[in-house]
Ligand binder design. Sequence first.
Ligand SMILES: [Zn+2]
Length: 257
Amino acid sequence: MLAPTMPALRLAELTTVAVEALLALPHPVALLPVGSTEPHGPHLPLATDTLLSEHTCVLAARALRARGVAAVACPPLPYGVTHYADGFAGAISLSAATTEAMLRELCAAHRAAGFERVVVVNHHLEPAHLDAVTRAVAGVDGALFPTQLSRRWGRLLGEEFKKGECHAGSYESSLVLAARPELVDEAVRAELAEVPISLSKAMREGLTTFKAMGAARGYFGNPSAASAEEGRELYAHLVEMVVTEVCESLSIGTVVG
Ligand SMILES: [Zn+2]
């Protein structure tokens, strides 16, 4: 148990002296949150994906420290490839090439700074963005990308997620409610009717914008069913995903829970 002697959970809040001490501990690991600046319905903030990744990283850093891994949550990368939300105000996209290059350099820079592993935690699931993240991580030794889209972890994230109705519905709304409730427009959320359209199915059919998929207000699924309690349960699974894959990568036996 390293926690009592360890510095803050967020890398950017540490002094250089504190980072030097952290890097001297067993298994220094950098958790790198990746998000987007993207419309998430009429009730969630543009930073939804970013703050989900950041909150997961902070919780996972704490859980990893309890298992003897000197983990920190890095500053987030708050932009990605964002074209599905074209036509809604606030979709700010990078190109896939820039996203890939920036992430590859960030992963390599954290490794060069002395971290044994750098772990990308991403909550923006647009295919072109996911491809860029996957390519970036594959190009750096010691970089990991645990993903909630794998069968192993996706099955734990609820029916709505499994059906692919997972943009600004109950899944993401619950996660924001558990982390930053003050950023949810609750009056609007309570009034939203369910939009039972599968984003993943629409993607396979070749549709490339939320509007073309029939999500006129930029959300899928059932936001009004969200709760902070469900969000806390979902974070537990997301933390389990990160902790398990990091410990497996470091050949540390662990039981999460
Ligand atoms: Zn999202």
